[in-house]
Design a binder for this molecule. Structure first.
Ligand code: HEM
Length: 410
């Protein structure tokens, strides 16, 4: 275990396009790796990642980290924006009791039962999207633009009560904002994320004003009612919750569908198996989540001095759980680099674990299942339509393709 031998830089183009060899090397040689920035540790073993997600000595509130202070000093003077001390943060970035209060308010809208009742509607959306592609008659499609993106954005907009036709308005904001999830971000990108957060805030303020005057049966109206009654939500919290649900509701699922279809294209035999046995779709989606996770990492701040894997880690340091690496740990998954659509005992970390376990997991799973199963059913033969290297979006926290061009075989 030497700090000098290995350097992990997820932004290097070859690591960005395929991080798994670098993960394997880290997991084997330096599983608690000292990152490029002081006070940041990179964890790649399943057991270590699971621990930091489940142990309350690791906080989701980055304001408690040394790096936060450092970054604030660097960029925060004129326009702290997202780094403002008093800014209301979404449930993703707070600990109990605030976390419990905020999560409880929206939890019931995302239970498996509610999500199952939405499945026929998801099926209609997917059928409509694929009919449009097939009727266009070009024999090609971009899986990202034509299916993976429009499905989750429509579903989350409808649940929340955001007019789906506004999606072009917030597409850029959303994409600018998610970059702020990366463990390291340039000042320029940070300022862009700040502007996106402001634009989103103004957008939701307008929508809230409208919905206050004309309540409907959507999630936004329900949350406004909770805020109006002073029950347990301030207006700032209401806005940060709406932004989180909207952004988390589609920026991740688009990658489940995009990365999932790519994995199948690269494994024609497994794709054939799924075509022959459509009932495999549930385990198949879990395996696609494990194999190429849409969210590759998440961070926590250490609340007390401790040791992980024999390394002393100080209070205020940040630990990064590389979920994509944990999901390929041979200590947890036999033959981890093999795509096995019928894999049993697949306790992958693609949705995290512990109290922040993805609230939208049932929704994302259903969307992924409907989209991929229907694509295979309605398009009997599919292959990649480009010889060129595929382009990945810039963020390293989220892993997703910019586009996935395919053509339909004869
Ligand atoms: C395949 C798609 C998705 C993946 C891979 C994914 C992944 C994750 C992960 C890893 C976390 C935990 C982060 C952490 O512990 O720091 C998380 C949290 C969360 N996700 Fe998802 N997500 C997906 C889809 C969705 C959808 C559709 C929604 C819809 C609303 C959603 C809403 C949330 C929320 C609100 C949280 C915060 C939960 C909390 O802090 O208690 N996600 N997600």
């Amino acid at each position: 275990m030497s700090d000098t031998v290995l350097e992990f830089n997820p932004f290097l183009p070859e690591v960005h396009s395929d991080p798994y060899p670098a993960y394997a090397q880290l997991r084997e040689l330096d599983p608690v790796h000292k990152g490029m920035f002081p006070g940041v540790w990179i964890l790649t073993r399943y057991a270590d990642c699971l621990q930091i997600l489940r142990d309350p000595r690791f906080s989701s509130d980055s304001r408690k980290s040394e790096l936060f202070e450092l970054f604030r000093e660097m960029v925060g003077q004129q326009s702290p924006g997202l780094l403002e001390e008093n800014r209301a943060r979404s449930m993703l970035f707070v600990d109990p009791p605030d976390h419990t209060r905020l999560r409880t308010l929206v939890n019931k809208a995302f239970t498996p039962r509610v999500v199952e009742s939405l499945r026929p509607h998801m099926q209609d959306i997917v059928d409509e999207l694929l009919t449009a592609v097939l009727e266009a008659g070009s024999g090609t499609m971009d899986v990202v633009a034509d299916l993976a993106y429009p499905l989750p954005i429509r579903v989350i907009c409808e649940m929340l009560g955001v007019p789906p036709e506004d999606r072009e308005v917030f597409r850029q904001w959303s994409s600018d904002l998610v970059v702020s999830l990366d463990p390291i971000i340039s000042v320029e990108l940070f300022e862009r994320a700040n502007r996106a957060a402001e634009a989103f805030t103004d957008y939701f303020l307008g929508l809230i004003r409208d919905r206050r005057a004309h309540p409907r049966s959507d999630l936004l109206s329900g949350l406004i009612q909770a805020e109006d009654e002073g029950r347990s939500l301030t207006e700032d919290e209401l806005i940060s919750t709406c932004i989180l649900l909207l952004v988390a509701g589609h920026e991740t699922t688009v990658n489940l569908i995009g990365n999932g279809v790519l994995s199948l294209l690269r494994h024609p035999q497994e794709m054939g198996q799924l075509r022959a046995e459509p009932s495999l779709i549930r385990t198949a989606v879990e395996e696609l989540l494990r194999y190429d996770a849409p969210v590759q990492l998440t961070g926590r701040t250490v609340l007390e001095d401790m040791e992980i894997g024999g390394r002393p880690i100080d209070k205020g340091h940040q630990v990064v759980a590389v979920l994509g690496a944990a999901n390929r740990d041979p200590a947890q998954f036999p033959d981890p680099d093999r795509l096995d659509l019928g894999r049993n005992d697949n306790r992958h970390l693609a949705f995290g674990s512990g109290i922040h376990f993805c609230l939208g997991a049932p929704l994302a799973r259903a969307e992924g299942q409907v989209a991929i199963a229907t694509l295979l059913r309605r398009v009997p033969r599919i292959e990649l339509a480009t010889e060129e290297e595929l382009e990945w979006r810039e963020t390293v926290t989220l892993r997703g393709l910019k586009s996935l061009p395919v053509r339909f075989g004869g």
